[in-house]
Write a protein that binds this ligand. Structure first.
Ligand SMILES: Cc1ncc(C[n+]2csc(CCOP(=O)(O)OP(=O)(O)O)c2C)c(N)n1
Length: 340
């Protein structure tokens, strides 16, 4: 079992009154929507019609939502294989996502990518890579382009803790620091690389953000079960990057409540304890924000139910759209293939 050096504290140190009710509702609803979409995917996955592997973000939604809300629509994001939350939080089209998961011709990647490659350039969800840390140098290149063209665009790149075990990550970090690139490194530390816990992969005395700081970058470790903390931290980093202050590294600590891949929890295989999973269920980013808002009379059950009902209709429609869409035709097989 992972020895937690850091665990969510909820909202005890956060002044929720600093934020408008409209913003809080949008942020909460964005997390609930992502959770509901993933739960629907999960409930239908066994039907074996979605031929794509999936990596659910349940438990880690606050990183996607807080970070994307702090960025501008014109800013660009790049992601690892755990894409759903980032794609949806940035405004990616749900129907195109579902078609992609069902491998239909009108999927957001024309069914070439599947769940690990959700892209919607119209909203700045630019690219993903399933190669651990593979997306980091690509995002660096985008940040370099933004700087050279003086675009004022900030790049956010999401990756898991295992990406920090790859050389490509450290080379990219060093380069970004030297060139003061407008990039935010958004490490999603959920403690596991598939089934291997962090304390079997890193010396116990080492914190990830400290390691990054050793390279000379401003590095922070935050409780990413607290959405407002993510939002504030990324807002600050984005402003700094936009004003020429260079990159920031943010270690977003939150727990993956489902298995590494596929539907359901895989804890019974023995790599983590059910009590460990339960203890993180209690600080689920959605319930903690919802409760905090209820305590401040900012939301009630009716409002939540209304939102959930509308979202379920949207989800049903997106699933219907996907399953009734055509498969890619055989003669399109060689399209988007660069080699002759
Ligand atoms: C270079 C490389 N090595 C190994 C793999 C196999 N692999 C796929 S996901 C994964 C774990 C990734 O863990 P992390 O980066 O922490 O992200 P998480 O899945 O926890 O979100 C591994 C090892 C891979 N895709 N790429």
């Amino acid at each position: 079992m992972v020895k937690y050096k850091y665990k969510g504290q909820g909202y005890s140190n956060t002044d929720i009154n600093k934020y408008s009710k409209e913003l809080l509702l949008n942020l909460l609803f964005s997390m609930i929507r992502i959770r509901m979409i993933e739960e629907t995917i999960e409930s239908k996955y066994h039907e074996d019609q979605m031929k794509s592997p999936i990596h659910l973000v349940i438990g880690q939604e606050a990183t996607s939502v807080g970070a994307c809300a702090a960025l501008k629509v014109t800013d660009h994001i790049y992601s690892s294989h755990r894409t759903h939350g980032n794609y949806l939080a940035k405004g990616g089209d749900l129907k195109a996502m579902m078609s992609e998961l069902f491998c239909r011709a009108n999927g957001c990647c024309g069914s070439r990518g599947g769940s690990m490659h959700l892209i919607d350039k119209s909203v700045g969800m630019m690219s993903t890579s399933a190669i651990v840390s593979g997306i980091v140098p690509i995002a660096n290149g985008a940040a370099m382009a933004s700087k050279m063209k003086n675009e004022g665009r900030v790049i956010g790149v999401f990756f898991g803790d295992a990406a920090m075990e790859e050389g490509a990550f450290w080379e990219s970090l060093n380069f970004a620091i030297l060139k003061k690139l407008p990039i935010i490194y958004l490490c999603e530390n959920n403690f596991y690389s598939v089934c291997t816990p962090l304390d079997k992969r890193q010396p116990a005395s080492v914190e990830l953000f400290d390691k990054a700081a050793g390279f000379g970058i401003e590095a922070k470790q935050i409780d990413a079960t607290n959405l407002l903390l993510v939002y504030e931290t990324v807002l600050e980093a984005a402003e700094k990057a936009r004003n020429g202050g260079g990159p920031t590294f943010i270690e977003n600590v939150a727990y993956r409540l489902r298995g590494h891949g596929g539907a359901g929890d895989d804890s019974k295989s023995g790599y983590r304890g059910l009590d460990e999973v339960d203890s993180w269920q209690n600080i689920c980013p959605i319930h903690t924000l919802q409760n905090e808002m209820k305590n401040h009379n900012l939301i009630d059950e009716n409002t939540i139910n209304d939102f959930q009902n509308r979202t379920q209709l949207e989800i049903d429609e997106a699933f219907h759209h996907a399953v009734s869409s055509p498969n890619p035709s055989e003669d399109s097989l060689m399209q988007h293939v660069y080699a002759d």
